[in-house]
Design a protein around this ligand. Structure first.
Ligand SMILES: *[C@@H]1O[C@H](CO)[C@@H](O)[C@H](O)[C@H]1NC(C)=O
Ligand SMILES: *[C@@H]1O[C@H](CO)[C@@H](O)[C@H](O)[C@H]1NC(C)=O
Length: 778
């Protein structure tokens, strides 16, 4: 990926000596405004390549910063969206119309106003001054409050993603201050020289800073350093996040850099610009403009972006052209688009490309399906095998690969503009979205209807969730979601749980990135800097002690700093290392094959595969898969192969249980599914055993409740309860139990009753097997 830049031969702004104040801001992706010390406001039209003078400002106004009022999401033409704030060295800011008319000038600071920024919904404006003050203003320019006051100039400010905090510079320090007065301020030393520019991205919540120490840095919003650049030759004078938070640009003297969100540099340009004082991306993220110290405005767009899938490599060679290369035979196809490419995605045998006006879907390279888009700012494309999801400023839309709109989930407080691939996930049947207003919550939707799943209750985790991913295979009733939380723990849970509280089980820790395989429910992730493959993560629901035995941990010594999983297609995992280089790691095909055998109940084939592969982790997977499918014979053999005596006993015992129903219930108990086991016993009419399950777990109230409801074994519960209390030298205090206590309990009578239920079960089972053997002889 690199920047393709363009610069006019002559600067349109009139250069004095060296400009310090020159700034830029986009109105649309094709139109930019710039203004500088020459008092001119210029408009740049990229379609016609024309530059026109909008207005010459009064002589006393030397502009310092320019920021357009935010476009209201989903509403295109709105009069109020057509103003911008212009700050100036005389201590004022000016609300200025698109025609260049100053609607209002406000005395704001002593000395120059150095920065002015609208918040995300345009309800507030923040200004920062040479006088060290930071002030908040209403939309119409009324002073709301002075947020901070310090001894040194504030060079740069940025709003937090929810417009509830601001970030600003204070010499070598960075400060995050919440608007709410009582909330905690975060302050830290960030650079070894005065900090000149900051930016904060609303999608990834990451902070950029750059300054006179000639470095740029990436921080999380708690002030933890994520990346520090090498020292440049000149101060870093500007930086700016692309709106989707995937890349950012950095400006310095005769220097323009394009960087990945993790900090490493894609490309370096050395244009003849002087210092780049201000950088701005168009809302669709396709264009970058820089205001240069020599009076020029530099334009750039990103090219040579790559997408890979199986044997295809696709490259954006120009703004409207892609090259498709088949690496098997080196065949090359060119794809041409009418408009600029904004986003693309390649997976599941389809290429989806969003341009500024249309969506193209390719299955082969010569006949794309094309349909029009409502908003021209697609910020995210996700693909599943059956359909894909487009996200733009206004919402989320599921489309079939035939171009039919399938659904469009909505929820209260929806902000589609801040969703990214970590906070949304798509499978054939489900859409999952991490809720921004409460990051512990994951909203789940049916992909076909767009309605909330089940009873509409979202999934709630105990910690804030950073990343989510739905598995891609198997029936929708078994759909699972993996999540990484704030503590970097990895959890797995089901998404369709039929009203029961879902079990959220931990399957890993120190996990930094993850991806599901496209063809089997195998998960890979970076755990403690090592590539870990969870061959059968769902085993945690049947026998969690098997989980560690089903992992494949690849030695991480080959990876450099902080690798990220990009995808996991077939047997190939693609990783991006901390320095930006790609590495590939391959996973054996056997686990995927084993999944296939298990889904189609081909247990003989599964056993043969495990014998052949001689891999303990495969045997462990098979044991788990067989248990989950109540396939006792296979489970026994698999457990034996990995020397698991603990489970062997249970499997063996379970197979001894007289009836199928009770062995099923025991299997459920073994895997910790108590409620399910109880339900299975009750369904089979094995009331005593259902009660005993609860007695064994000291679920006294439930045991009594069952006994009372089924009018049997009340004395059994009371007898066990009495024994339990005696053991701990305690007296009965529970009202329910006192109510039912009825003097002396007869253990002999109880034993007899228990024996009766058990023998009845054996007899019934015997009758069944006699019947079936008679039937088979006929
Ligand atoms: C997903 O949808 C595709 C296309 O309809 C289908 O071929 C595939 O079997 C589905 N996968 C699952 C796991 O349901
Ligand atoms: C088993 O069969 C015998 C004889 O046919 C019958 O008397 C008995 O009730 C049956 N028991 C059960 C539990 O079905």
């Amino acid at each position: 990926m690199r920047l393709k830049t363009s610069l006019l031969k002559e600067s349109k702004h009139i250069l004095f000596v060296v400009m310090e104040h020159i700034c830029v801001g986009w109105t649309t992706a094709d139109e930019l405004y710039s203004c500088s010390e020459d008092h001119q406001i210029l408009k740049w039209n990229l379609l016609t390549s024309e530059t026109s003078l909008i207005v010459k400002l009064p002589e006393e106004i030397y502009p310092t910063d320019l920021h357009w009022f935010p476009k209201t999401v989903g509403v295109k033409k709105q009069a109020q969206a057509e103003i911008f704030v212009l700050t100036s060295t005389d201590g004022k800011f000016h609300l200025t119309s698109k025609m260049g008319r100053i609607e209002k000038s406000v005395e704001a600071h002593k000395g120059a106003v150095l920065a002015g920024r609208w918040n995300y919904d345009g309800t507030a404006l923040i200004t920062a001054g040479e006088d060290g003050q930071i002030k908040i203003w209403s939309k119409s320019g009324m002073l709301r409050s002075t947020l901070a006051s310090q001894g040194s100039p504030v060079y740069s400010v940025a709003w937090g993603p929810d417009s509830d905090r601001i970030l600003y510079t204070s010499g070598r320090q960075l400060i995050i201050k919440p608007l709410q007065p009582s909330a905690k301020i975060i302050q830290w030393k960030a650079h070894d020289g005065v900090i000149l520019k900051v930016d904060w991205n609303s999608v990834n919540d990451l902070i950029l800073s750059g300054g006179e120490d000639c470095k740029y840095k990436v921080w999380d919003s708690f002030g933890h350093l994520l990346h520090c650049s090498l020292s440049h030759d000149y101060p870093v004078t500007s930086l700016s996040w692309a709106p989707d938070g995937e890349v950012f640009a950095v400006g310095s003297f005769n220097t323009l850099r394009l960087c990945d969100k993790t900090g490493w540099s894609y490309a370096l340009e050395k244009p003849n610009t002087g210092s780049v004082f201000s950088l701005a991306w168009s809302a669709d993220g396709t264009q970058l403009a820089g205001a240069c110290g020599n009076g020029h405005v530099i334009f750039a767009h990103v090219v040579e972006q790559h997408w890979e899938w199986k044997n295809f490599v696709i490259t954006l060679t120009k703004r409207r052209t892609m090259q498709v290369r088949n690496v098997l035979n080196d065949a090359v196809d060119l794809l041409e688009f009418r408009d600029r490419v904004i986003k693309a995605s390649l997976a599941h045998g389809h290429l989806v490309v969003a341009t500024s006006l249309q969506c193209y879907v390719y299955k082969n390279w010569n006949t794309p399906l094309i349909f029009d888009l409502k908003e021209g700012t697609v910020s995210l494309i996700l693909q599943a095998e059956k359909h894909f999801l487009l996200v733009d400023g206004a919402g989320l839309y599921t489309f079939s690969y035939e171009g039919r709109l399938i659904s469009s989930p909505k929820f209260p407080g929806m902000r589609a503009d801040i969703l990214n691939a970590q906070s949304v996930s798509l499978s054939n049947d489900t859409i999952a979205i991490r809720d921004k207003s409460d990051e512990k919550v994951i909203l789940l939707f049916d992909a076909l209807t767009g309605k909330a799943l089940g009873d509409g209750k979202p999934l709630t985790h105990k910690q804030e969730v950073l990343e989510i991913a739905l598995d891609q295979c198997g029936p929708s009733t078994d759909r699972k979601i993996a999540l990484i939380d704030k503590n970097r723990d990895l959890y797995l849970t089901t998404v369709r749980h039929l009203g029961r509280e879902p079990k959220i089980c931990k399957i890993g820790s120190m996990v930094h990135s993850m991806a599901w395989n496209d063809a089997a429910n195998i998960l890979c992730g970076i755990q403690d800097n090592q590539l870990t493959v969870w061959y059968y993560p769902s085993v945690v629901f049947t026998d969690k002690e098997l989980l560690p035995k089903t992992l494949c941990i690849k030695d991480g010594s080959e990876f450099r700093r902080a690798p990220q999983v990009l995808n996991y297609i077939g047997t190939k995992v693609t990783l991006r290392q901390g320095d930006g280089s790609l590495v590939y790691s391959s996973v054996l095909p056997f686990p995927a094959l084993l999944h296939e055998y298990s889904i189609s109940a081909r247990w003989e084939d599964a056993l043969r595969l495990c014998c052949y592969a001689k891999d303990q982790s495969l045997w462990a997977c098979l044991a788990g898969m067989a248990m989950a499918n109540r396939e006792l014979t296979t489970a026994e053999m698999a457990y034996a192969a990995i020397g698991e005596v603990r489970a062997l006993d249970t499997v063996f015992l379970a197979s001894l249980f007289p009836s199928k129903e009770s062995s099923l219930a025991h299997m459920l108990l073994f895997s910790g599914q108590v409620q399910e086991a109880e339900a299975a016993f009750l369904q089979a009419g094995l009331i005593y055993q259902a009660i005993q399950v609860n007695i064994d777990l000291y679920n006294w109230e439930r045991a009594l409740e069952l006994a009372v409801k089924h009018k049997t074994h009340v004395d059994t519960v009371l007898a066990y309860r009495e024994k339990f209390l005696q053991k701990f030298g305690r007296k009965e205090t529970n009202k329910r139990f006192l109510q039912y206590s009825e003097g002396v309990l007869d253990w002999e009578k109880i034993q007899a009753k228990i024996e009766m239920e058990l023998s009845k079960e054996r007899e019934r089972a015997a009758n069944t097997s006699v019947r079936s053997s008679v039937a088979s002889r006929r």
